[in-house]
Each structure stands twice: as structure tokens, then as C-alpha cells.
Design a protein around this ligand. Structure first.
Ligand SMILES: Cc1c2[nH]c(c1CCC(=O)O)Cc1[nH]c(c(CCC(=O)O)c1C)Cc1[nH]c(c(CCC(=O)O)c1C)Cc1[nH]c(c(C)c1CCC(=O)O)C2
Length: 342
């Protein structure tokens, strides 16, 4: 029997939506913290295929989610292109910046990325052997714009200011970065697919800060190119696009990007999404992740609200963004019970 997530992605309306959560393998789980300590640090965990597979499996064992997402990070790709990457505890990622034509030219050729990323493909192979038969394996990459915002600033920024500045002052170099990331992402995702990923998701966490034509050119168009290349090499292969913060621009995105599913953040209501986005195909989302911290009746009510609002079309239940380290694991169970038992 076809796995539930693949059925939803193919456009089927299911009586109970399949469930997974962004960042489901993460610091809110004691077993994750233990394995991360064993690995030493976050990046060592990403490149240790056995341990990365182990943390991917932990939330599947604990909760029986319908899908698991490969444990890795969107910033491994720029690292594979030759950028220095490290994580500062309590602050987040840091990397050497790429802001000039010569720095762009000094990056490694796309063919070389697999030397660094091979352990990620090995994680995928291990997972396909070890996941329960009914669990779908999702691979992923960052969208070019979101990855570029980190490469240009050298860190996370509240408003992606440095990337917007480069876009406006040296458009040629900026476009060169986007084009390189687009092509590299295609190769990266295709290797994940060949290793056994059954769906891929493109994370564009900062899509919402692109305005007007920039949104079309640097959020929609790269996602469209990546999706088209994947589907030309692997006909019918399902793709989820997550242009976070798209707001009203979520309308029509299935068609524009060619994706099978559009993932929704919590900036739109599920009722609005049912009327305006789900009409184009499967949607994923969009419970506020703060309910995993606060729990209680609000969690139950809002979970039911998302399920009910999106029940008339293809829907994969998820949060609007990743679960946070302060979430209570019991609230995750309450959410799942609410979805599965009404
Ligand atoms: C912007 C971004 C990154 N990484 C990612 C994004 C896009 C999605 C989003 O907006 O959340 C995506 C990502 N990061 C991670 C995954 C694995 C799959 C999953 O569990 O969803 C995925 C899909 C693991 C991770 N990536 C990171 C962690 C926490 C690592 C740890 O300290 O153990 C995990 C589980 C670290 C990370 N990685 C990144 C940041 C900014 C941080 C630090 C912030 C934080 O600490 O939460 C870059």
C-alpha cells in the first residue's frame, strides 16, 4: 500500500492527515541531547551517518510519525562549496562571507560537493534500511535565497539586510550566487533521491522578505528550476516547497513552482489557506509551534481547527515552523492523539 504522505502528495484527501513536524529530531527530546553529546557538536552529528540516522529515528520510535526528515542542515551545502562554517552555542551559525565576484569564483566546482556531502547520502541509505515500512523519508535542502542570506551576511540576520544590499548594489554577483546555489542544490537533492529519499523539501525560510519582482525572481524562479530539474530526472518525484512568510503570495504557488505541496507557515489561517491555496494541491501546515510549549486546551482546539479547516483536500499536518527546544514532548503526543483520535 502506498504510504500516506505519498498519497496526500499525489492529491488524495485522506480521512486523517499524515503527520510529521519540522525539527522533530531536536533539542526538546532528551534522547536527541544525549546523542548530540556523544557526537560532540551539531556539525559532527550531521556528518556522522550512524548517529544522524539514530536521531532521525528517535521521534519515529517515540511518536510513530508518518514521515521522517533526514537529519542534516541547509548550511552543509555552502560548506561543501568551500565556505568555512561553525556554530556558536546559543547564537547560531557563522560562516566566512561570499560577497564579491572573486570570492564567488573561488568557491569549489559543483562536482566537488559530494566529497563533503557523502556522509549525508550515507545517512539516507541507512534510514531507508532502518525506517519502518510505512514511514516516508523526506530529504531536503535550503532554497538558494535563504542559503545566500547566510553566505552573504556570514550569519543569521533579522532582516536579511546584507543580502538585500548586495542584491541592490552588485546584482551580477548576487545573481551568480543564486545561480550557483540553484545548480548545486539540484545535484545535492538528486544524490539524496538516488540514495533513497522519497520526497524532497525546499526550505525558503526568508522568502517573505523578498518584495515584488524580487520574490518572483529569487524565491519562485529558483524553486521552479530545482523542481523542474528533479522531475525531469525523476519523473513524478514529489516536491514540497516552503516559501515561509509568503502571505498572500501563497496563492497560485503550486502552479508557479510546479511543486506537489506548498508548506504553510502560521502567518496565514487554515481557513484562508483552504479557500485560496489548497485549491491548487496538497498543503502542509500550519499549527503554531508555540502550542508545543504551552499545550493544554488551546493546543487541542487549534490542532482540531487546522485539521478541520484543511479536511476537504489533500493535507499533511505539520507545524508552521520548527519545534523549539523549550517544547514539552508530552504536548507533541497530545497533538498526535488529537489528530488521530479526534
Ligand atoms: C535557516 C535554517 C537552518 N537550518 C534549517 C533552516 C531552514 C528552516 C528553518 O527556518 O528552521 C533547516 C534544518 N535544520 C535542521 C534540519 C533537519 C531536519 C529537521 O529536523 O527538520 C533542517 C531541515 C536541523 C537543525 N539545525 C540546527 C539545529 C539545532 C542544533 C543543535 O544545537 O542541536 C537542528 C536540530 C541549527 C541551526 N541551523 C540553522 C540555524 C539558524 C540554526 C541555529 C538555530 C537553532 O539553534 O535552532 C540554519
Amino acid at each position: 500500500m502506498t504510504k500516506t504522505i505519498l498519497r496526500a502528495l499525489a492529491g488524495e484527501t485522506l480521512p486523517t492527515p499524515p503527520i510529521w513536524m519540522m525539527r522533530q529530531a531536536g533539542r526538546y527530546l532528551p534522547e536527541y541531547r544525549a546523542t548530540r553529546a556523544e557526537a560532540g557538536d551539531f556539525l559532527s552529528l550531521c556528518y556522522n551517518s550512524e548517529l544522524a540516522a539514530e536521531v532521525t529515528l528517535q521521534p519515529i520510535r517515540r511518536y510513530g510519525f508518518d514521515a521522517s526528515i533526514l537529519f542534516a542542515d541547509i548550511l552543509l551545502l555552502p560548506q561543501a562549496l568551500g565556505v568555512d562554517l561553525w556554530f556558536v552555542t546559543g547564537e547560531g551559525p557563522r560562516m566566512t562571507t561570499t560577497t564579491t565576484a572573486s570570492e564567488l569564483a573561488a568557491l569549489k566546482p559543483i562536482d566537488a560537493i559530494h566529497d563533503t556531502l557523502n556522509p549525508v547520502y550515507e545517512t539516507v541509505r541507512i534510514l531507508r534500511r532502518e525506517l519502518p515500512q510505512e514511514t516516508t523519508l523526506i530529504g531536503f535542502a535550503g532554497a538558494p535565497w535563504t542559503v545566500a542570506t547566510y553566505m552573504i551576511a556570514g550569519q543569521g540576520t533579522p532582516d536579511q539586510g546584507p543580502a538585500h544590499a548586495l542584491k541592490n548594489t552588485d546584482r551580477e554577483t548576487f545573481k551568480g550566487i543564486i545561480d550557483l546555489l540553484t545548480d548545486a542544490t539540484i545535484e545535492y537533492l538528486c544524490q539524496q533521491i538516488e540514495a533513497g529519499a522519497e520526497v524532497v523539501k525546499i526550505f525558503d525560510s526568508w522568502a517573505g522578505s523578498l518584495q515584488g519582482q524580487d520574490f518572483e525572481e529569487f524565491a519562485v524562479e529558483p524553486a521552479r528550476k530545482i523542481t523542474a530539474a528533479i522531475k525531469s530526472r525523476h519523473p513524478g518525484f514529489p516536491v514540497i516547497a516552503f516559501p515561509r512568510g509568503a502571505g498572500e503570495r501563497y496563492v497560485g504557488l503550486h502552479e508557479k513552482i510546479g511543486a506537489d505541496c506548498i508548506a504553510l507557515d502560521d502567518g496565514v489561517t487554515p481557513e484562508w489557506a483552504a479557500a485560496n491555496v489548497q485549491t491548487g494541491g496538497c498543503v502542509q501546515g500550519n499549527l503554531k509551534s508555540s502550542h508545543m510549549v504551552t499545550g493544554g486546551e488551546d493546543l487541542v482546539r487549534e490542532t482540531r481547527r487546522v485539521v478541520d479547516a484543511l479536511s476537504k483536500g489533500p493535507h499533511i499536518f505539520n507545524l508552521g515552523h520548527g519545534i523549539t527546544p523549550d517544547a514539552d514532548p508530552e504536548n507533541v503526543q497530545l497533538m498526535i492523539d488529537t489528530i488521530r483520535n479526534g
